[in-house]
Design a protein around this ligand. Sequence first.
Ligand SMILES: [Zn+2]
Length: 216
Amino acid sequence: MEAAGRLIGNWSNGVAIDLHAAYEFLRVKGQVKVWAKFVWNPCLIPKHSFLLWLCARGRLLTRDRLLFLDIDRACPFCCVVEESSDHLFFLCSFNRAVWLQIKVWFGMSRVMSSISSAIKWISKDAKGSSWICKVKRIALACSVYQIWGARNCLIFYGIRPTVEGLVCRIKTFVYKVMFTMYPQVLIHFEALASDRSLFVGFGLVPGYARCTLYIF
Ligand SMILES: [Zn+2]
C-alpha cells in the first residue's frame, strides 16, 4: 500500500494527476513493430495507411488466405502462381514491371521482395521529414493501394490494367498528394521526375503542371 501510494504520488504534482504517466504505467505494452512508424506516418493518406497496415500484418485477403472458399487461387495478373501478398505486390511479373518504373522515377535501385523489406529499406533511405523523404513513403503506400485496387477491378469487373496506365495513375496520385502538401516545391519535384512522359501524357508542360493537376 505504501509503495502504491508513493507511485501515485509520483504521478501527481499536488494539483492534478498526470494521466499520461498513469496510463503508460498501467497499459499492456506490446512489442513495437518496425513498420508501425512508417505505416502511421501523418504524411500518408489514411486509406493508404490502413491497407499498408493490413499488408504489413499479413492480413490482406489474398487468395492464398481464402482457404474456406472453393475458388481459383492463381494470381489474377499472371495466372501462374498462387496469389499471396508478396507475390502480388513484388514478385508478379506484371507488378514487377510497375515497380521498376516507379523505382526509376525515384532513382531507387534496391530489389524489394516483400512489404516488410520495402518498408525497412525506404525507412532507411528516406529518413527524415524533408519533402523528398516523404514522397518516397507516399509512393510506396500509393503503389500498394493502386495495385490492390487494380487487382480488385480485374477480379470483380474483368478490367485488365496496363503497366503504363497503372504507373500513370500512381504518379498522378503522388503528385496530387505532394502538391497539396508542398505547392512551393513544384519546381524541384518536377526535376526529380526523370520521366517527363508523365507531363506529355497529360498534355502538360512542367510550368503549368500545378494548376492543371488541381483539377483532379
Ligand atoms: Zn502474378
